[in-house]
Design a protein around this ligand. Sequence first.
Ligand code: SAM
Length: 457
Amino acid sequence: MTARRTVDPAIWRGLLESQPGKGAGVGDLRRRFRKVEEPRLDLGVFAGPGRRVEPGYRSVAYKEAFSPGLVRAILDGWSDLDGPLLDPFAGMGTSLLVASERGMSSCGIEMLPYPCWATGVLIRAHEATPEQLTEIASVATAKALRSRRTTPDRALAAPAASWALPPEVLRVLGSIQRALPDRGSGVDADFLHLALLSVVEGVSRSVKDGTSLRHRARQREGRTRRPGRKDQLLSPREVAAAFVAAVEGLCDDLPKMPNGSQAAVVGGDARRMPLMSGTIGAAIFSPPYPNRYDYSAIYQLELAFGGFVTSSVELQGLRKRLLRSHLEAPPVTRPVLDDPAVLGILRSTADAAEGGPSERGRTLRMLVGYFDDMHQALSELVRVLRPGAPAACVVGTQTYFGQPVPTDLMLASIAERIGLAVERIWVLRHKRVAVQQRARGATAGGGRESVVVFRRP
Ligand SMILES: C[S@@+](CC[C@H](N)C(=O)[O-])C[C@H]1O[C@@H](n2cnc3c(N)ncnc32)[C@H](O)[C@@H]1O
């Protein structure tokens, strides 16, 4: 009998300890890529979701999305483009919808089941029949309001549901959901379920604020303009009215939405793309940033209410499978990251790390895991791109323990190491460094959001 091989769970620490003091610092990396850097502050407003004002893009809020104007500007800069356009971190499908506007085929990969399913619905907008949607919605809300049920039909597998969704609100949402045709039974049914999911945050007591789901009463001043009222408790009629308004908004938009018949989205992992080698004509994507943001926590209400996760174990499993951009991510056990420049910067961050062992350890573990994951995702990108195909990656930088973590330059360095040519780095906007990081010695003007443009030689 062979002995079972055990993997040291702290193997990631070894990456921070080997080659002490070696590897490029942030300054070396800045000098290395200075020649390809180009300020594009004119596109800064498109880096986030602020300009998702057009039909198809505004229908469902996704705080982490970029605006279609950015995808259009990137595509406009590429000549002789051939599809399909890939987005391996598809989110709410912005890249796929813009490709559809231009008659270009596209495919998306997304691990979080809620946005993955929602993208699948949005790209089929052209098949929906708006006249029927409003009719079904008003019958369903009338039935829900007549219901004699006084308690919700089920508890949600989301820890935040206990404070974020008062039983009265959850009861009405659940009654409307049950009165609709089943999700998956047709395009119209799916649009109605999408409208219902799109109002969950607005009728709840929670708000997606910074890196967490907060109680509205404790929302940080001036941080957000998410829908809903502070410490609200909506009546059943108000919950029903929010749903009907969402359906009407979707119906108004439907005729103007792009025809996505040449688009497809699959649930999957960007580190192991379910795609044949050398088949992709271009890629535009924005991966999670290494900023402690946990998509499974932020979208837990939609995931649980939509039935995408049915137990806390499933939710935890999803959290552990997502890209390691957050503190609950498991440690890397078989690292592939070998870029001396990236490891050098991570080592400087480790040297500067302070705080209790738990905070320090989890942050460093996340950073090593993140760049290791992105090494795998970029390697997959090289594999699936056709020779000569371009790709653009939208990403923001971070600061930890007062040390800059220039994620854009670090990803550019990894990309070069695995065989992509870095053609340009568009600097879209500068970000302020958080007060705690400034107190730890970080300079005020260090952060930024950029587009790293590569090409497979
Ligand atoms: C910054 S968002 C992308 C938003 C997208 N550009 C849009 O406009 O909607 C990053 C996305 O990556 C997804 N994600 C996280 N880990 C993933 C993985 N391993 N494979 C594929 N997608 C993943 C997240 O769920 C999230 O939707």
